[in-house]
Design a protein around this ligand. Structure first.
Ligand code: ADP
Length: 187
């Protein structure tokens, strides 16, 4: 089954790959970062709650994020599978995702771990900052996001590895090349 997670540090290319893979598998790519940014742009209540955390490179509180993910996964298009990008991001969110899925009689089928070295990550994020102007893509916040990833998200790798779900993918190279590696890993 296609209930998939993609995990990796900021700048590894998760969002880019998630969209391509989801399209090939005919499942929705669900990015918590994108949902937050859309809500900030539209100045919704959720957006107002999330903005200060995002701009400083911290995680949005679990109470807010968990509720949002639960309601998104209940939508019809996710019934047959999904590719979650940016969630879970700490051990408590893993527990919540387990609960959400078990309420629906489901579980995570595979975790794609997209890796790249730190220098490459910082280079990519600075390049994106220049192009897209994301509010959390300046050097100081980038460093903080990498630290938050190392401290809060990296522990998820061993957690999911213990379940035998993790496949590591090299995120260096052309976008298409990385997509092929992921598709091969899913085959
Ligand atoms: P990145 O390129 O850093 O992986 P994302 O677009 O995935 O960026 O996320 C941007 C920001 O949105 C994060 O730094 C965080 O503030 C917030 N965010 C996204 N997903 C989560 C989550 N699962 N829990 C808490 N905050 C989140």
């Amino acid at each position: 089954m296609n209930r998939l997670l993609i995990i990796g540090p900021p700048g590894a290319g998760k969002g880019t790959q998630a969209v391509k893979i989801a399209e090939k598998l005919n499942i929705p790519a669900i990015s918590t970062g994108d949902i937050f940014r859309k809500n900030i742009k539209e100045e919704t209540e959720l957006g107002k709650e999330a903005k200060s955390y995002i701009d400083s490179g911290n995680l949005v509180p679990d109470s807010v994020t968990n509720r949002m993910v639960r309601s998104r996964l209940a939508e019809a298009d996710a019934a047959e599978g999904f590719l979650l990008d940016g969630y879970p991001r700490n051990p408590a969110q893993v527990t919540e995702l387990d609960a959400i899925l078990s309420d629906m009689g489901q579980q995570v089928d595979k975790v794609l771990l997209l890796v790249a070295d730190n220098d490459e990550l910082v280079q990519r994020l600075l390049a994106r900052a220049a192009k897209e102007g994301r509010s959390d893509d300046n050097e100081e916040v980038i460093r903080h996001r990498l630290k938050v990833y190392a401290e809060e998200t990296q522990p998820l790798i061993s957690l999911y590895s213990q379940r035998g779900l993790v496949t590591e993918i090299d995120g260096l190279g052309e976008i298409e090349e990385v997509t092929s590696r992921i598709m091969a890993a899913l085959a």
